[in-house]
Design a protein around this ligand. Structure first.
Ligand SMILES: Cc1ncc(C[n+]2csc(CCOP(=O)(O)OP(=O)(O)O)c2C)c(N)n1
Ligand code: SF4
Length: 287
């Protein structure tokens, strides 16, 4: 006899998760992401990291631009700012400078960050704004239905590249390292425990922390950055990697035959707010 199991509705599942009390950072708004999207794993990781770090929801702000990834603040029970395409970092910088006590987490997709928003990243990084930038990299424009992005791999067939993508993808890790980001790491949505640890470390870092998360778009990419391909190509950074050595981090970031996850680089220096506080003290003395 055929065994027909009862359907599971997302609303029921969410209620069950909420009753468990494990995801206090999730809002009552149901995620609109496609079933299987890597973003579920990232959002769960952020919630877990915030819980484990004991962050107060009233002191936490999630900021985004536009795209599937950028819908994230709606699904979080923190303060949120769904801003303009590519403009999350200037908004987040303003929030942090206005109130240093806030924990500011910026999220966005590869298009939002490196296409329209590409001009803002070097400045947030070099000024060492004390915020965390979590980049949801699926190598494609998801929200606008599957065009290539600046991180699309060579040979990727999309609606905008019917004869295959021939544009060299950017190397975001190399870019962030050379922009002067004081903390740079990579994680994978298919490795949720490691991902959560990386998110915690990123938020804990004092200064500009950049976490690049590889995350499959199950709807518009059936061939390139899929779970199957990433499961095979993602490996941890070597045990002897020295995250205090910028040159070592840059060498690791240039590995192309597989994807390495872990902390590439970590260093400490004054933040933008430190600099502004100092200037303000000096100005008061000369006034
Ligand atoms: C000024 C402006 N230009 C273009 C768009 C159209 N648009 C919306 S989202 C998007 C790209 C989204 O891709 P990505 O940032 O990679 O995020 P994903 O949807 O994959 O998470 C584009 C081009 C827009 N909303 N505003
Ligand atoms: S279109 Fe892609 S990135 Fe957007 S929610 Fe669906 S699977 Fe995720």
């Amino acid at each position: 006899m055929m065994n027909i199991s009862a359907p599971v509705y997302l609303e029921d599942k969410l209620e069950e998760v909420e009753r468990s009390g494990k995801l206090e950072y999730r809002s009552g708004t149901l995620p609109t992401w496609c079933p299987g999207c890597g973003y579920f794993s990232i959002s769960e990781g952020v919630g877990k990291a915030m819980t484990e770090l004991g962050l107060d929801q009233k002191d936490t702000v999630c900021v985004s631009g536009i795209g599937c990834a950028s819908r994230f603040p709606f699904f979080m029970n923190t303060y949120g700012f769904h801003s303009l395409h590519g403009r999350a970092l200037p908004v987040a910088t303003g929030i942090k400078v206005a109130n240093e006590d806030l924990t500011v987490v910026v999220v966005g997709g590869d298009g939002d960050a490196f296409a329209i928003g590409g001009g803002h990243i070097p400045h947030a990084a070099r000024r060492n704004v004390d915020i965390t930038y979590i980049l949801f990299d699926n190598g494609v424009y998801g929200l606008t239905k599957g065009q290539t992005s600046p991180t699309s791999i060579l040979g990727f067939k999309t609606t905008t590249t019917p004869y295959l993508n021939f544009d060299q993808p950017l190397n975001p890790l190399m870019m962030l390292l050379s922009y002067g980001a004081s903390w740079v790491a990579q994680a994978y949505a298919g490795e949720p425990h490691h991902l959560t640890e990386m998110i915690k470390a990123a938020i804990d870092h004092r200064g500009f922390s950049y976490l690049h998360v590889l995350s499959p778009c199950v709807t518009f990419d059936k061939t390139s950055m899929t779970y199957k391909n990433l499961d095979m190509s993602v490996h941890p950074l070597p045990d002897d990697h020295d995250a205090s050595d910028l040159s070592a981090a840059m060498i690791a970031a240039q590995v192309t035959d597989h994807r390495q996850i872990g902390v590439y680089f970590s260093s400490e220096r004054p933040t933008l707010s430190d600099g502004l506080d100092e200037i303000s003290e000096r100005a008061k003395k000369t006034a």
